[in-house]
Ligand binder design. Structure first.
Ligand code: PEP
Ligand code: MG
Length: 593
């Protein structure tokens, strides 16, 4: 019950997994990991110190292997990340440099490890892409585990928690998150973490409400404090009043009822009330997520981000490594399409083993297709793997960050070379695949007619298109209020791309975050996009919303808002016009009609 003398406190974070839970907080304590002692080791003891570090690493490896073996069935698909952590344990940057630091500076193992990790953390934090910043978090998780073994701390055993609680942690590693037992853990909140973190992905898979990025939740919340977690709105309420509690209990019931209804209908086609079927696809990062797309009723994969296979490993993946992963996804989805996006990394930042450049503005640098064209052998290895996987289903190839026709031609020439090299070797492959590009750079919008002549489809990447068109760094929280999908410039750009694409006879898809939020659906359907691709968990919600809309009305509505100059007016128009249709749940605070 709420206590009279304590005041209700509301904390805002990133709602990464929707839903509401109410219960007692359980603080996850990372013993001894945060306060690290420094001392010097006698030269004669350096070998012993090195061995002490090696034993801590060996123990960490053993722990991770055990966790993988004991991972519950519903989370098996996520053990790949734990395997990546096992590889990271031996990484040259982490393992090798810590040993060097012990030897060179005669530091104790804990201090040497801390120094190395601090450097690596700084390096990853400077990366522009949230995705890669999250991968920096993997290094921290792995080193925390080694550190705990070095200082003789108790391992965190989330699986041993024996009461119904909400986890509150500074950060949770994928290993810890994958020990969650659904019957005990109602939800989770963390100080750190972002939308692309694996903790978020796992929470969504388990369908437990989660808020990350709360900054100081572990400082404010105490064990057994009563809290409400609204994962949909990203709100945590500490010491809720009686009235707040009643309100959230009602919301939780409404949410569950709504979710059950939507889930029951997720396999049904997304047909508008005027009878038009819309293809609703899933975005994936890990091959294992393909199962979620299928289970949520996705019509295919609209974006397979392939960066992950290049991360957390020494050197580049081989053609066979990639082929195996792609084939798994393609086979599970067949005959539905799988759109494999070629490597979208920022060269040196993504692959710390291969430093190439020192870029002041990585988002405008040697990224994505630019990197691949500069590294044709790495690119062709990926292209060969994709063409081989295409034998097993319906594959589309998509090039990211295209800004001019020359890039498309050069990429297609390398695709042809990749095919020719396999033909010469007698390797089997399928060349008859759709080849498309992402439209995420404003110059591509301006020359959409020229680009359309080169490809089979466009897919609009609104995450980057908004960033580049509005000059708003997508990862910068100081300008996040200006990151607006309904900005008239963005609506016009999407309209141009769709109209030009259709005039030239090619399909136009969307795979940025904008496609997965029902609020934008009337605009997107009105604009005439052929396919929408989103995170797997949004698929049932978006399909449900599509069934309530009509293309004809959406078109008329779109023309009305097209004349509007202000984004805020467009948004309130949308909310007014579609209250009761898209927002009948009234779950989000900010939807006031
Ligand atoms: C985009 O930019 O909209 C997109 C889908 O690609 P990513 O988020 O991977 O940059
Ligand atoms: Mg992008």
């Amino acid at each position: 019950m709420a206590e009279q003398e304590t005041q209700e406190i509301v904390l805002k974070g990133l709602g990464v997994a929707p839903g509401i839970c109410i219960g007692k907080a359980y603080l996850v304590d990372k013993q001894g990991v945060n306060v690290v002692k420094k001392y010097y080791v006698d030269a004669s003891d350096l070998h012993k110190e090195e061995n002490r570090f090696k034993s801590a690493v060996a123990k960490a490896r053993q722990e991770l292997c055990t966790i993988i073996q004991e991972t519950p069935r519903e989370l098996r698909q996520h053990t790949a990340i734990l395997e990546t952590h096992i590889v990271l344990l031996q990484d040259k940057l982490l393992y090798g440099r810590t040993i060097d630091t012990i030897q060179q500076f005669r530091y104790n193992a804990e201090w040497a490890l801390k120094n190395v990790v601090d450097e690596l953390k700084a390096m990853f934090q400077n990366m522009s892409e949230p995705y890669f910043r999250e991968r920096g978090a993997d290094i921290v998780h792995v080193s925390d585990r080694i550190m705990r073994n070095l200082v003789g701390g108790e391992p965190i055993n989330i699986k041993d928690i024996d009461k119904r609680v909400i986890l509150v942690a500074r950060d949770l590693s994928p290993a810890e998150t994958s020990q969650i037992q659904l019957e005990r853990i109602k939800g989770l909140v963390t100080d750190g973490g972002g939308i692309a973190s694996h903790t978020g992905i796992i929470a969504r898979t388990l369908e437990i409400p989660a808020i990350l990025g709360l900054n100081n939740a572990t400082r404010i919340i105490k064990n057994d404090d009563f809290i409400v977690v609204d994962g949909s709105a990203g709100l945590l309420i500490l010491h809720p009043t009686e009235q707040t509690l009643i309100e959230y209990e009602e919301r939780a019931v409404r949410y569950e009822r709504h979710r059950a209804l939507i889930a029951r209908e997720s396999r049904m086609p997304a047909k508008t009330v005027d009878g038009i079927s819309v293809q609703v696809m899933g975005n994936i990062e890990l091959p294992e997520e393909v199962v979620a797309v299928r289970d949520y009723g996705g019509n295919g994969i609209g974006l397979y981000r392939t960066e992950f296979q290049y991360m957390g490993r020494r050197g580049f993946p081989t053609e066979n490594d990639l082929f195996d992963k792609y084939r798994d996804v393609v086979e599970v989805m067949a005959p539905r399409p799988v759109t494999i996006r070629t490597l979208d990394i920022n060269g040196d930042k993504a692959l710390p083993n291969q430093p190439d450049t020192d870029e002041a503005n990585p988002a405008l640098g040697l990224r994505a297709i630019r990197y691949c064209l500069k590294k044709p052998e790495i690119f062709k290895t990926q292209l060969r793997a994709i063409l081989r996987a295409a034998l097993y289903g319906n594959v589309r190839i998509m090039f990211p960050m295209i800004s001019c026709c020359e890039e498309v031609r050069a990429a297609k020439a390398l695709l042809k070379e990749a095919a020719e090299s396999m033909a010469a070797q007698g390797t089997e492959f399928e060349y008859n695949v759709d080849v498309g590009i992402m439209i995420e750079v404003p110059s591509a919008v301006a020359i959409a007619d020229m680009l359309a002549a080169e490809v089979d489809f466009f897919s609009i990447g609104t995450n980057d298109l908004i960033q580049y068109a509005l000059a708003i760094d997508r990862g910068n929280r100081y300008v996040s209020h200006m990151y607006r999908p309904l900005h008239p410039a963005i609506i016009r750009m999407i309209k141009t791309v769709v109209d030009v694409g259709h005039q030239k006879g090619i399909k136009v898809y969307m795979c940025g975050e904008m496609a997965g939020d029902p609020i934008y659906l009337p605009v997107l359907l009105g604009l005439g996009l052929d396919e929408l691709s989103m995170n797997p968990q949004s698929i049932p919600l978006v399909k449900n919303a599509i069934r309530k809309l009509s293309i004809k009305e959406s078109r008329a509505f779109m023309y009305r808002i097209f004349k509007e100059k202000k984004e805020s007016r467009i948004e309130s128009f949308l909310k007014k016009a579609y209250a009761g249709v898209l927002f009948d749940l009234d779950l989000e605070e900010d939807i006031v009609v």
